[in-house]
Design a protein around this ligand. Structure first.
Ligand code: TSJ
Length: 639
């Protein structure tokens, strides 16, 4: 190929990648920290495809100094032969042609997909520079790109010995594109662990090589999604010891399901299509639900656990306390709905329904003890749901009749425009009293809660509706809950949880967040929920006052003002130790306070779920471990 031709191709290709640089959000969702991390998943997903094809057993992901990422696999190496359509090596096509995936190298190049199904070329376009090394046919090939531009034709840079084939990609995300270029090891860790669970036998090594942060995790699960279910149920009490497992292929859909019930009341099931989480479900989830509803009802009838006069068990009854992973692989996934996140392929419904029905029926016949305990739990759920429905109808009718009757303890604000209004949920009556005195009456409402609020992880629905503190929050917010939830009725655009800055306060805040997460998740998802950050210390010197919100800050202030006998440092043990003025200045005044917005990332749903269940569940040991492991979380409760 002559230089001329090379240059000619280049111009056209640049146009494609230029589009990515102009509108990065269209290709990777956002240019925030989230988009930055997606670059890694996109590259890793390509290596996972090689593992799914059966040619790769180990992927190594490294975060280097300068926030440079290296992803390496021991697969066959990206092909280097000339691609006839593009007139250049296949590997160069992968990195320089938009949506190159699937167009070469035999069908099914793209299996695991990646976000929006975009490819390595998008990562390349959004990197200051990227280098690829391919080890194939005894030779090592290399190419470098800068902001998507090819720097030199693919070149041979050496040879290797033995079976050392593979691909290594190193890239530096472009600081001109990303608002944030710092990688969070824990964010990568959650996602890569999930990927390893979903790809049985694949070993993924994650390594932080940044100076002062060196660490490593190895994820390798021989049990695949069975181990994923075990992991999610860690910290909960399983109802039986086995993990129910079904797998098979039908109509081109590869199906894998693992499940186990625990003694909680929530459904903690997650579904994946081509290794990507589908928070909105779709046909694969519909097939799964239909299968378990049918199979358990049949079993319960045939074995006289359900009498002829009993009503059918509903899907909700059977899914109470269920942890399940539904993972399918499909050639051409079609996504529907407003956010295009809901699987639409109808063949997926039939495939999952069929495979699960058949194998679950067999499992129940072979394991009558397990079958019996699930049926009995479902029966209990049916009865509780009945009672809850009655209790709920009652609260609903009541609110309809007296729709203006707000809780008596609520000190409401006078402004009626929710956008201007905030509500402080305050732990304890005494702090509640100071807050009422301190507040700005026009826009700040105070709802004091007495003592610990009900742990909704450990209570059935009917008890939850009877709880006074929870009822007060529901009426004050105005939105209703669960299926009745209506965000347009929200009465305050900031819901601020204000608790003591100690372990008890953190526990109470977690209880409240758990309630919100289970009953009004949209409030968290849409960013209406905040944590107030009361100061930990007050420093006084020559009649001047400073407040410190962390130990580091205390140190900084002390260094600045001088460490001598003239400083008086007070450690606040609770909100109650501050008078109204201090509370206003340090924690409530929009001009000077610190608020933390509670965040929820749909990608990490299983992680959020595990955080709540672990902190709120019955088993003490994992909770202690968890708190120790996640001291950061307990300190600032920033989820
Ligand atoms: F995303 C990416 F392109 F940058 C990338 C791809 C990154 C990493 C770390 C690995 C890979 C990758 C691609 N690993 N393995 C492969 N395999 C192929 O591209 C491949 C190999 C052989 C054949 C064949 O038919 O012989 C076909 C393909 C698609």
């Amino acid at each position: 190929m002559s230089e001329q031709e090379y240059g000619g191709d280049q111009i056209q290709i640049l146009k494609g990648l230029e589009a990515v640089r102009k509108r990065p959000g269209m290709y990777i969702g956002s240019t925030s920290s989230r988009g930055l991390h997606h670059l890694v998943y996109e590259i890793v997903d390509n290596a996972v495809d090689e593992a799914l094809a059966g040619f790769c057993s180990h992927i190594v992901v490294e975060v280097n100094d300068g926030e440079i990422i290296t992803v390496s696999d021991n697969g066959r190496g990206i092909p280097v032969d000339i691609n006839h359509d593009a007139g250049k090596p296949a590997v160069e096509v992968v990195f320089t042609v938009l949506h190159a995936g699937g167009k070469f190298g035999g069908g099914g190049y793209k299996v695991s997909g990646g976000l929006h199904g975009v490819g390595a070329s998008v990562v390349n376009a959004l990197s200051e520079w990227l280098e690829v090394q391919v080890r194939r046919d005894g030779k090592i090939f290399q190419q470098r790109y800068e902001r998507g531009n090819t720097m030199y034709p693919l070149k041979e840079v050496g040879t290797y010995e033995g079976e050392n084939t593979g691909t290594t990609v190193t890239f530096k995300p472009d600081g001109e594109i990303f608002e944030d270029t710092i990688y969070d090891y824990d964010v990568l860790k959650v996602r890569l662990r999930e990927t390893a669970f979903l790809t049985r036998n694949l070993k993924i090594t994650l390594r932080d090589k940044r100076e002062g942060h060196e660490k490593e995790d190895i994820f390798h699960y021989e049990g695949g999604i069975k181990e994923f279910v075990e992991y999610l149920n860690r910290g909960k009490e399983p109802l039986y010891s086995s993990i129910i497992y079904c797998e098979g292929i039908k109509d081109g859909v590869q199906v894998e399901v693992a499940m186990q019930h625990n003694d909680s009341y929530n459904d903690s099931s997650y579904s994946f299509v081509n290794n990507i989480i589908t928070p909105e479900g779709g046909t694969h989830v519909a097939g799964f639900r239909s299968a378990i509803t049918k199979t358990f009802n049949n079993y319960a009838r045939e074995n006289k656990i359900l009498k002829d006069t009993d009503p059918q068990l509903t899907g909700d009854d059977i899914r109470e306390g269920l942890t399940a992973i539904i993972s399918i692989k499909i050639g051409e996934p079609q996504f529907e709905g407003q956010t295009k996140q809901k699987l639409g392929n109808s063949e997926a419904r039939g495939a999952v329904d069929n495979i699960v029905s058949e194998q679950l029926t067999y499992f129940l016949e072979q394991n009558p003890q397990v079958a019996k305990s699930i049926c009995e739990k479902s029966l209990l759920a049916q009865r509780a749901r009945d009672a809850a429905r009655k209790a709920r109808d009652l609260t609903r009718r009541k609110t309809a009749l007296e729709s203006t009757s707000l809780p008596g303890k609520l000190a409401d604000c006078s402004d009626k425009n929710p956008e201007n209004c905030e509500i402080f949920i305050v732990e304890g009556d005494s702090a509640g009293g100071s807050a009422k005195t301190a507040r700005s009456r026009a826009t700040q409402a105070i709802l004091p809660l007495r003592g610990k609020i009900l742990n909704v992880e450990k209570a059935r629905e009917d008890r939850i509706y009877g709880n006074a503190e929870i009822k007060a929050m529901i009426t004050a917010f105005g939105t209703g809950i669960l299926d009745d939830f209506d965000i347009s009725k929200l009465r305050y655009h900031k819901i601020i949880i204000m608790t003591d800055a100690d372990v008890d306060g953190a526990h109470i805040a977690t209880l409240m967040l758990t309630f919100l997460y289970r009953f009004m998740p949209e409030l968290i998802r849409q960013g209406y929920v905040y944590l107030a950050m009361p100061p930990l210390y007050k420093i006084e010197r020559n009649r001047k006052i400073w407040y410190a919100y962390s130990d580091e800050q205390l140190n900084k202030i002390m260094t600045e003002i001088g460490r001598d006998g003239n400083n008086k440092v007070q450690r606040y043990k609770g909100l109650g130790e501050m008078d109204a003025d201090q509370l206003w200045e340090t924690t409530m005044d929009p001009k000077s306070r610190v608020l933390k917005r509670v965040q929820m990332d749909d990608d990490d749903l299983s992680e959020v779920d595990k955080v709540f269940s672990t902190l709120m569940g019955d088993k003490v040991e994992p909770r202690r471990e968890f708190i120790e492991e996640n001291a950061k979380y307990v300190q600032n409760l920033d989820i």
